[in-house]
Design a protein around this ligand. Structure first.
Ligand SMILES: [Zn+2]
Ligand SMILES: [Zn+2]
Length: 321
């Protein structure tokens, strides 16, 4: 008989996640012991699994969109930003997302694809009632990075979303709620996802290689495809911005300076601040955001990542221990 905490572990990058029985995690100073209720799957988990971004510790329990219960019965959300030093020049200027000593959940410390985990209490969010575990979990990274990216687009009315997965399907609803016009771009011929985008408030959906019916004021790129950056730039109005929201992207091809001219810009967004989280968790129930969720039992975490890689579900995957 196997005893210990049921967990799914990445032993070596490029190899499948495998079940393991781990010793009970012991909370350190300032940490909470959490019983995991749900953990959503993020593309970053896929990049770590596949070795597209470097692992910082192995073996590691992936998963950084955790809904958990504390020992005293509070339901909390654990995001990607697991800890910051609070004292570097970034932390002291309201940019803890850029902290050079930041520790990330499910990469530097074990994450949520397990029955039990620990998390620094300062970085856990109280979750609003009325938001189920499955609905709350995908907000904790996909939702948050989408929200931060949306804020980086300013007040642009015509918003393009490139790559219509977990983050985009959530932020499409928020953008429509805010009165923006959403134009969704998918892989060529992906009618199913284009229909999905329209059902969530996109006024237009089409292939990423095609031009939208109007110029865009802003575009957010969620797909890890560098070619999309000059493609988005080409359909941007004067003064528009392309926001790259992924942690990993293939190289960006060169493009004529004329495409950037007239105050167009390209920027990335990284991680989250706790302020982003508080704002989104207050806003989501007002929209209300409805996440399209496919659930997997803990033992099928590897399958959930394979299905994400293959685009086999719309919206987001959530692992239930
Ligand atoms: Zn993530
Ligand atoms: Zn710092």
């Amino acid at each position: 008989m196997i005893t210990g905490v049921r967990a799914i572990v990445l032993e070596r990058q490029g190899e499948p996640l495998a079940p393991a029985a781990l010793p009970d995690p012991v909370p350190g100073p300032g940490q909470l012991l959490l019983r995991v209720r749900a953990c959503a799957v993020c593309r970053t988990d896929l990049h770590l699994r596949d070795g597209e971004i470097a692992a910082t510790k192995l073996p590691v329990v992936l998963g950084h969109q955790i809904v958990g219960m504390t020992e005293d019965g509070r339901r909390v959300g654990v995001p990607w930003l697991g800890w910051t030093d609070g004292e570097c020049r970034y932390c002291r200027s309201g940019r803890e997302n850029l902290c050079e000593r930041a520790v990330f959940t499910g990469r530097d410390i074990d994450g949520g694809f397990a029955e039990l985990t620990v998390a620094h209490e300062r970085f856990c969010f109280a979750l609003p009632e009325g938001l189920s575990d499955e609905q709350a979990a995908p907000l904790l990274c996909g939702g948050l990075i989408g929200y931060r990216a949306l804020r980086m687009t300013g007040n642009g009315e015509r918003l393009g979303l490139y790559g219509f997965g977990s983050a985009a399907h959530m932020i499409c609803q928020v953008a429509a709620f805010e009165g923006r016009r959403v134009f969704a771009f998918t892989r060529a011929g992906d009618q199913r996802t284009q229909n999905f985008a329209r059902s969530l408030g996109a006024e237009w959906a089409g292939d990423s290689g095609t031009a939208p019916p109007e110029e865009l004021d802003a575009a957010i790129i969620f797909a890890p495809v560098g070619e999309l950056v000059p493609a988005a730039l080409k359909v941007l109005a004067r003064g528009g911005v392309v926001v790259c929201a992924g942690i990993h992207m293939s190289d960006i091809p060169s493009f004529p300076y004329a495409d950037l001219w007239l105050e167009r810009s390209i920027r990335s967004v990284a991680n989250l601040t706790r302020k982003d989280g508080e704002e989104l968790l207050a806003l989501a129930p007002r929209v209300p955001v409805r996440m399209s969720v496919t659930t997997y039992p803990l033992e099928r975490t590897e399958d959930s990542i394979a299905d994400l890689r293959a685009g086999r579900f719309e919206g987001t995957a959530v692992v239930l221990p």
